[in-house]
Design a protein around this ligand. Structure first.
Ligand SMILES: N[C@@H](CCC(=O)N[C@@H](CS)C(=O)NCC(=O)O)C(=O)O
Length: 157
């Protein structure tokens, strides 16, 4: 039986979704984010970085959502969701697989981090934390470009 080490509000959602689509039985072990939004220490007992998602499948423990997705599709997919190995579909998959994690996700993390910094800054110097205008002048225009690229109708939040 597969165990999904699931942290609330996390990328672990991707794994639950995939397992549902594959109709593979699994159980969920819940971990709750602490007040600082970090994962609890117990996740460090599952994998060295203590991040979610991670899965345990018999003697195998695997972290990193992309790796877990490839592992599950290859072991339990019975051909479903297999990426094309040639032609334009191959290049499309190759490109977006790397684009999502290599270009879009880091930008999004910066955006989220930038929102958190002023909240965590002492009230008196909070305006200084906001003054850099990094969000307005760099992140927002960049995100706008990316959202226009991945799909029309996606608003830049
Ligand atoms: N690239 C990794 C990211 C893993 C990751 O950073 N997970 C976050 C949740 S989305 C986490 O565990 N955060 C809690 C923490 O870092 O304390 C993946 O896709 O699995």
């Amino acid at each position: 039986m597969i165990t999904v080490h699931h942290l609330n509000n996390s990328r672990s959602q991707r794994i639950l979704w995939l397992l549902e689509e594959l109709e593979v039985p699994y159980q969920v072990k819940q971990y709750k984010r602490a007040a600082d939004f970090r994962a609890p220490k117990e996740l460090l007992e599952v994998s060295p970085l203590g991040k979610s998602p991670a899965i345990t499948d018999d003697s195998i423990t695997l972290a990193e959502s992309g790796a877990i997705i490839e592992y599950l599709i290859s072991k339990y997919g019975s051909g479903k969701f297999q990426a094309p190995t040639s032609g334009p579909g191959y290049l499309h998959n190759l490109y977006f697989l790397h684009y999502a994690e290599g270009s879009l996700m880091p930008l999004w993390v910066q955006r989220v981090t930038y929102d958190v910094i002023p909240q965590k800054t002492p009230l008196l110097i909070r305006p200084i934390a906001k003054l850099t205008n990094l969000k307005k002048h760099i992140l927002q225009p960049e995100l706008k470009k990316h959202f226009a690229f991945v799909g029309p109708g996606h608003a830049c939040v």
